[in-house]
Design a protein around this ligand. Structure first.
Ligand SMILES: NC(=O)c1ccc[n+]([C@@H]2O[C@H](COP(=O)([O-])OP(=O)(O)OC[C@H]3O[C@@H](n4cnc5c(N)ncnc54)[C@H](O)[C@@H]3O)[C@@H](O)[C@H]2O)c1
Ligand SMILES: O=C(O)CC[C@@H](O)C(=O)O
Length: 528
């Protein structure tokens, strides 16, 4: 069996692959055409880091490819949908470079505060510019951490050792859980207004793309310093340039960029208070050893023993059970995704009740798929079909399960109750026929909806003309309604509407719907 290693990984990983009897071809820096040619030579596994782009056409052109394995976390360079279509497993190894990325952030913080890169360059140019490189202490200053997952919480911990006050913004994190590790959770506006240094540790998602932009810079303290070692695209670099030129931002340190590598005429390179590293967060001997060992043993386990670990697109279920469980896995994951989008605050508890036929199956993989769906909007590729229960536990989410033999009017039903500080939601789904997932209940609202594509969930006063008004508003924004489910919530004297639309719901439509007096709640649900 042939494995192509197309980005550099540590020798320890190569050794594991070879010892397992795999033929290892190491070819890095390939062009797209060269990569396709290599993959045509019977390659069954490809091991990558961030440089190799495994696009849909590359995947289509790879006749024997069974697994794409990322030595690291990020999978922005892999077309997962194209891999799904061809049944190719996509796996990563989250966590192996967490400490390194956090330490890099602290190194950037100190280098920025004390002008270390600039002073080094100046001395190497034969100068001795003591006055020019006046620094700042971090002692007693406020560090604002945006995103307190694995890396953000280690950064917070290290910063406390530097005697900084640490505040954090993370809408998905349970404040009590954060308090246990000494982090004060605040609103984004409070963080922006109070922090002397801001560091970003969120995944790149639809919501976080361009998150740190002009409007956010304006809310920051004058003379703030920014550190960004998460993902290119989260900080709007043109707006950062403006904020630095105006003096609002006194210094910035970037490890990740909208375009990697940035173009030669990159404006930020011209600013002396801008320091940078070429995506080095994970580049330590220790992290590279961790991810190389992990990725190599995962590839060996899959190619030789048929065991899937850390897959982002395939649950770990035996081949015999997979056909029976597959529709339920899909339903469970969709229930999790819906619950994540309905929750109005950090999730604290999840209760799953398996009812009827499904209660007689092995429900462990279903719970994992549900938790993966629940955490994906917050964690993206950092959560997979293996680590979802661990990640839920780390985040202080209590998960309980029960089974009952009956399922009301259905043969099978999965009912999920999710609790967050301000309330709770119940969502239930069933499998119709042999494989069709359906959502049959949201809170007190009974329905029969196919959970796919772009959806909109609304609650409105139950009076004449309201549904028409909503339909007209949606039409005016150029969206076509393909399906509509309307029901009454007697408890609240309200109607509940679940719509399927042909495009993602734009922000201006959401804002407009919220201004209609009879509309009490509007939530877009993305299920594609
Ligand atoms: N520079 C590097 O080499 C390097 C190495 C590893 C990871 N990373 C990147 O670092 C980032 C963090 O990684 P991690 O392992 O800590 O991830 P993680 O999944 O453990 O944590 C991410 C946190 O961000 C929070 N979050 C999600 N959306 C948010 C939003 N809109 N606002 C505020 N918080 C939000 C989540 O709740 C979660 O707590 C990722 O972007 C990852 O790709 C970079
Ligand atoms: O492999 C790398 O150097 C990038 C590491 C990091 O961004 C990741 O996604 O794990």
């Amino acid at each position: 069996m042939k494995v192509l290693v197309s980005d550099p990984i540590a020798e320890d990983g190569i050794k594991i692959l070879k010892e397992a009897g795999l033929e290892v071809i190491i070819k890095t820096g390939l062009s797209k055409e060269e990569l396709i040619e290599e993959l045509k030579k019977g390659i069954e596994a490809i091991i990558i880091r961030s440089a190799t782009k495994v696009t849909a056409d590359v995947i289509e052109a790879a006749p024997n490819l069974k697994v794409i394995a990322r030595a690291g976390t990020g999978l922005d360079n892999v077309d997962i949908d194209a891999a799904n279509r061809k049944g190719i497993v996509v796996m990563n190894c989250p966590g192996g470079n967490t400490v390194s990325a956090a330490e890099h952030t602290i190194a950037m913080l100190m280098a920025l505060a004390r002008n270390i890169p600039q002073a080094t360059a100046s001395m190497k140019a034969g100068k001795w510019e003591k006055k020019k490189f006046m620094g700042r202490e971090v002692n007693g200053k406020t560090l604002g951490v945006i995103g307190v997952g694995r890396i953000g919480s280690i950064v917070a911990d290290r910063a406390k050792g530097l005697k900084m006050r640490v505040i954090a913004y993370d809408p998905f994190v349970n404040p009590e859980q954060a308090a246990k590790i000494g982090i004060e959770v605040v609103s984004l506006d409070e963080l922006l207004a109070q922090a002397d240094f801001i560091t970003i540790h969120v995944p790149l998602t639809k919501e976080t793309k361009g998150f740190i932009s002009k409007e956010k810079f304006e809310k920051m303290k004058d003379g703030v310093m920014l550190i960004h070692c998460a993902r290119g695209g989260i900080v709007n670099e043109a707006d950062l340039y403006e904020a630095m030129v105006s003096g609002k931002v006194a210094g910035a340190a970037l490890d990740v960029f909208e375009q990697e590598p940035p173009p030669p005429d990159y404006p930020l390179f011209k600013l002396e208070n801008f320091i940078c590293t070429p995506h080095l967060g994970a580049s330590t001997l220790e992290a590279q050893k961790n991810v190389a060992l992990a990725v190599a043993s995962q590839v060996v386990d899959y190619l030789i023993h048929g065991v899937v670990r850390n897959a982002v697109n395939m649950p770990s279920v035996s081949a015999e059970l997979l056909p029976t469980l597959k529709p339920y896995l899909k339903l469970a994951e969709k229930l999790g995704i819906i619950q994540a989008q309905l929750a109005e605050g950090p999730i604290q508890e999840v209760h799953i009740e398996y009812q009827g036929d499904v209660a007689n199956l092995d429900t462990k993989p279903l719970t994992v798929a549900l938790l993966k769906g629940l955490l994906t909007p917050a964690l993206r590729e950092d959560v997979n079909y293996v680590n979802a229960p661990i990640r839920a536990k780390e985040r202080g989410i209590k998960v309980t399960e029960s089974k009952v033999n009956t399922a009301e009017d259905f043969l099978n039903r999965i009912k999920v109750i999710v609790k967050y500080p301000k309330g709770e939601n119940l969502v239930a789904g069933t499998i119709f026929g042999k494989k069709e997932p359906r959502i049959v209940q949201i809170n007190d609202f009974r329905l029969d909806a196919i959970p796919e594509g772009h959806m909109l969930y609304l609650m409105n006063e139950d009076r004449p003309g309201v549904i028409g008004q909503i339909g007209i508003t949606i039409g005016e924004h150029g969206l076509n309604i393909s399906r509509m489910h309307v029901g009454q919530d007697p408890a609240q004297q309200a109607n509940i509407i679940l719509l399927c639309v042909d495009k993602p719901v734009p922000q201006d439509l959401l804002e407009k719907l919220k201004t209609l007096p009879p509309v009490k709640l509007v939530k877009p649900l993305e299920l594609s």
